[in-house]
Design a protein around this ligand. Structure first.
Ligand SMILES: Nc1ncnc2c1ncn2[C@@H]1O[C@H](COP(=O)(O)OP(=O)(O)OP(=O)(O)O)[C@@H](O)[C@H]1O
Length: 323
């Protein structure tokens, strides 16, 4: 596959991912992940209620939605870190319901993890080694076969160093992970996930806490994953990033998938605008939507301008002319 993800050239977004009319739950031409009737409640709260969702293979899919929409909970369920109340899902043709997290990762579906305090006390290289799965050394019998185990350790280190070089973290190999900057941590999280040669990489807010200097580098790394044949599913609040790199966008609100589609069209969907408005807790939505009388606050004006900018960027007519 050709690599066209240099900072100067943006890859062409993948098209033709779906079959038929675009509605929430639309079928994909070649789905890598198919989820059905996945629900999760906490007490009386329904955090996730996904009827049907297909994730297209070898594309970059963004999962967006306001705070509390259920994005992280869905990630946890799909990767075996949490158990649903109901639901089934298939990854690459194999049923994953009830499969524990470490096995899910071994099957080729990995998610990145924020560096916890404990992981921060390990070196960068040790963190990388933790990301590897299917190690011969894990088995009781093979651990008795020392030469085999040692060879595997060496191979692991070579692989880890290759990845660290690619992510420009090789000079940090012996540093504690906790000493890395926010952006470097994100790079390490991604590099660690790649240690298990995944088919599907799930990134939880890859841009959170990243300074602008590393933003481009992170975007390029994510685009490169697709060039290498991987599928990416990521949760992100930064709409600019979603617009830049996603081939497909899934919007969640109150646990459900309320819209999906290519980024340029999905941002115009009224359900998306509703969900997006919902994330601006500082704005009086009644006033913004004209349902109740009152003066728009500065935050509301800003939000309306943001939405209008996004509409225009997507090629829509100016709001004034539509009336
Ligand atoms: N372990 C838990 N116990 C109780 N409630 C939970 C738990 N985990 C999540 N929730 C609730 O489930 C709902 C969905 O949360 P979730 O973190 O999945 O949303 P999110 O879309 O990822 O939000 P954010 O964008 O803020 O990360 C929220 O109302 C949250 O408070």
């Amino acid at each position: 596959m050709s690599s066209n993800s240099s900072p100067t050239s943006r890859p062409v977004k993948t098209t033709g991912l779906h079959v038929g009319e675009i509605v929430p739950g639309v079928k994909k031409v070649d789905p890598i992940l198919i989820a059905d009737q996945v629900t999760r409640t906490f007490g009386g709260l329904q955090a996730v209620n996904v009827e049907h969702l297909e994730v297209p293979r070898n594309a970059i899919t963004a999962l967006i939605g306001p705070n509390g929409a259920g994005k992280t909970t869905l990630f946890n369920l799909l990767t075996g870190f949490d158990k649903p109340n109901t639901g089934t899902w298939n990854f690459d043709g194999k049923s994953l319901g009830g499969v524990p997290a470490f096995k899910v990762a071994r099957m080729g579906q990995v998610r990145t993890f924020q560096l916890t305090k404990a992981l921060g006390l390990l070196t960068v290289l040790e963190n990388m080694k933790l990301g590897a799965t299917g190690q011969t050394g894990e088995g009781i019998f093979s651990s008795l076969v020392k030469p085999l185990w040692r060879k595997q350790e060496e191979d692991l280190e070579v692989k880890a160093m290759d990845l660290l070089r690619r992510f420009k973290l090789d000079t940090k190999r012996d540093d504690y992970a906790a000493s890395l900057s926010g952006g470097q941590r994100k790079l390490l999280e991604m590099a660690r996930a790649l240690m298990s040669d995944p088919k599907l990489v799930m990134l939880d807010e890859p841009m959170a806490g990243v300074n602008p200097a590393l933003t481009q580098s992170l975007l390029d790394h994510i685009l490169a994953l697709k060039d290498e044949g991987m599928t990416v599913l990521f949760v992100e609040h930064d709409m600019q990033m979603v617009r830049h790199i996603a081939d497909w966008v899934v919007v969640m609100a109150e646990g459900r998938v309320v819209a999906e589609g290519p980024p340029d069209t999905v941002m115009e969907d009224p359900a998306v605008i509703d969900a997006y408005l919902g994330s601006h807790q500082d704005v009086d939505l009644g006033v913004v939507t004209g349902r109740i009388a009152g003066e728009d606050s500065a935050a509301a004006e800003e939000l309306l301008a943001e939405i209008e900018d996004e509409r225009l960027a997507a090629g829509a007519e100016p709001e004034e002319e539509r009336k």
